[in-house]
Design a protein around this ligand. Structure first.
Ligand code: 6PG
Length: 499
């Protein structure tokens, strides 16, 4: 190596918004000299200032795409962290003209997986390698250890494997990164991670609602309960931060009230949860808990309509949520324990849906996803990190072809143990008009999946009656059609003709 080669950076990162800056500093802190670039040059200076303040980290700033690309060791690897969609295409155009065959581009945004597949094809025409890498963990994760889901060119992954292994969050069984598979698999896995994230957040918010309305619990009691839950089977990032949220006071009310009560009840979203539900529908995979969480975000957005509906229905005589319970004595301790169990059982169903969506896509695309390994790399760094993911990993290690987490020998036992409490919570909420779409969707998923016989026979009969869609029988092979209406009018027993 000559002197000029020695001065070159190991890796580059373009796009220095919050995630980009933090990931760049993380990479530098792990001992990999990094070049950074951003179209708005003040962001480059900001990153350099932070690199200096946070321990003189080896970051070099560049103000033009050419200088940036030429500052990298070959084969060059460039991570881009810009807004998904056309900004990614623009960044690729700006940088790739200075790159050589064998160099790689790694998009770390929440990108639609088909965009990644298109870019893999486009960049390969110029000999470039491409990765779509899911990055989870927000600002904190990016800076100190995210969960990374790289998919696409295996060679491009190998070129940066040493960096990713050090930069990712570290858990008891290794760094939270693994090569996911070909094509847009890394983005797809991250998308499903986000769908599961939507489900988890919805389920937690329902637990809060039930405890608050039925149990009359204060924010400080809720803070203690979530902190307590975070020491057991529900231990997870989202449960932990929920406990913290309840403790924060509102400055505008002079610190008397808690901030959580002042927040407008309208949820925002950026789209990955919607994609998850769309993909589930495309692949004929039932994902009712995740879909319920998405629907709830839509309904939450109708604030003014909901206020009107509350007024109209009150005038029509409806009782407020929880009013039916007034005067009934509630065993708070049991309620808290029931809600904990309902949350856990509901989560199992939600993860089962996400995992089955991943498996269906893997089969369709030939990605050969390893579900146990995905659960492992979600154990740390990411938003859905949880102690429970280790159980999921083990379930898939026991049986790689496990059709559903519900029928794993450990999870099935746990669900049955929690069944009564789960039904009590859902029943109480329904009776008292508290909406719990996530928990009830999970329970309905469980109750539908576990039944050997469903009323789908009647739906088939209806379809055959009005559309001659035919049906199969339980007792003999073949496909049948019956003249239902004619026979019913004649009062005769239907004899299905073989189609
Ligand atoms: C993560 C998160 C992150 C996501 C936000 C916002 O894994 O770090 O999933 O990527 O963008 O959670 O998502 P919504 O705006 O759709 O809620």
């Amino acid at each position: 190596m000559d002197a000029s080669t020695l001065a070159l950076s190991r890796i580059g990162l373009a796009g220095l918004a919050v995630m980009g800056q933090n990931l760049a500093l993380n990479i530098a802190e792990k001992g990999f000299p990094i070049s950074v670039y951003n179209r708005t040059t003040s962001k480059v200076d900001e990153t350099l200032d932070r690199a200096k303040q946070e321990g003189n980290l080896p970051v070099s700033g560049h103000y033009s795409p050419r200088d940036f690309v030429l500052s990298l060791q070959r084969p060059r690897s460039v991570i881009i962290l810009v807004k998904a969609g056309s900004p990614v295409d623009q960044t690729i155009t700006a940088l790739s003209q200075f790159m050589d065959p064998g160099d790689s581009i790694i998009d770390g945004g929440n990108e639609w997986y088909e965009n990644t597949e298109r870019r893999i094809r486009e960049t390969s025409e110029r000999g470039l390698l491409y990765i779509g890498m899911g990055v989870s963990g927000g600002e904190e994760g990016a800076r100190h250890g995210p969960s990374l889901m790289p998919g696409g060119s295996f060679q491009a992954y190998k070129n940066v494997e040493d960096v990713l292994l050090k930069v990712a969050a570290q858990v008891d069984d290794g760094p939270c990164v693994a090569y996911i598979g070909e094509g847009g698999s890394g983005n797809f896995v991250k998308m499903v991670h986000n769908g599961i994230e939507y489900g988890d957040m919805q389920l937690i918010s329902e637990a809060y609602d039930v405890l608050k309305i039925v149990g009359g619990l204060s924010n400080s009691e809720l803070a203690d309960i979530f902190a307590d839950w975070n020491r057991g089977e529900l231990e997870s990032f989202l449960v932990e931060i929920t406990g913290d949220i309840f403790r924060v006071k509102d400055v505008f009310s002079g610190g008397n009230d808690e901030l959580v009560d002042k927040i407008l009840d309208k949820t925002g979203m950026k789209g990955t949860g919607k994609w998850t539900v769309q993909e589930a529908a495309e692949l004929s995979v039932a994902a009712p808990t995740i879909a319920a969480s998405l629907d709830c975000r839509y309904l939450s957005g109708l604030k003014e309509e909901r206020e009107d509906a509350a007024r109209v229905l009150k005038e029509a005589g409806i009782r407020e949520a929880g009013e039916v319970l007034v005067g009934r004595s509630i065993d708070k301790k049991r309620l808290i324990d029931d809600v904990r169990q309902a949350l856990y059982a509901s989560k199992i169903c939600s993860y089962a849906q996400g995992m089955n969506l991943l498996r269906a896509k893997s089969i369709q695309k030939g990605w050969n996803l390893n579900l146990g390994e995905l659960a492992r790399i979600w154990k740390g760094g990411c938003i859905i990190r949880a102690i429970f993911l280790d159980r999921i990993k083990k379930a898939y290690e026991r049986d790689r072809e496990l059709p559903n987490l519900i029928v794993d020998r450990e999870f099935s036992r746990e669900m049955v143990q929690r069944e009564t409490a789960w039904r009590r919570v859902v029943g109480l909420a329904i009776e008292s008009g508290i909406s719990i779409p996530g928990m009830s969707a999970s329970l309905q998923y469980f109750d539908t999946y576990r039944r050997a016989r469903l009323p789908a026979n009647l739906v088939q009969a209806q379809r055959d009656l009005f559309g001659a869609h035919t049906y199969e029988r339980v007792d003999r092979p073949g496909s049948y059609h019956t003249e239902w209406t004619k026979l019913a009018k004649q009062g005769k027993t239907g004899v299905g003709a073989l189609n």
